[in-house]
Design a protein around this ligand. Structure first.
Ligand SMILES: N[C@@H](CCC(=O)N[C@@H](CS)C(=O)NCC(=O)O)C(=O)O
Length: 89
């Protein structure tokens, strides 16, 4: 099963939207709440090549961006078979 990680903060509309879309697609994910966790937030930024907005989403270790990018992947039907579309990094 694909490994999906989503970094979030509370009261983040884009985070809720992203989680709703993942839920709707039946995709399991591990949520990392960085609201009060500067250390994890730094890790997130490093993994996302400096991007600091939330959410930041990773599929099989690949940085895919935030909610807008997740929607784009869905529009391209790339969320249907994650393991085929996102090789482990
Ligand atoms: N285009 C981004 C927008 C994400 C975004 O603006 N997130 C807000 C929180 S809901 C944020 O991180 N704001 C802080 C900032 O812009 O530095 C996406 O689709 O994920």
């Amino acid at each position: 099963m694909a490994k999906v990680e989503i970094y979030t903060t509370f009261l983040c509309g884009y985070c809720s939207n992203a989680k709703n879309l993942l839920n709707k697609k039946g995709i399991n994910y591990n949520e990392i709440d960085v609201s009060y966790n500067l250390e994890e937030r730094k890790i997130m930024e490093n993994r996302a090549s400096g991007k600091s907005t939330v959410p930041q989403i990773f599929i099989n270790g690949n940085s895919i961006g935030g909610f807008d990018e997740l929607v784009e992947l869905n529009n391209q039907s790339l969320l249907e078979d994650l393991d085929a579309n996102f090789l482990e990094k």
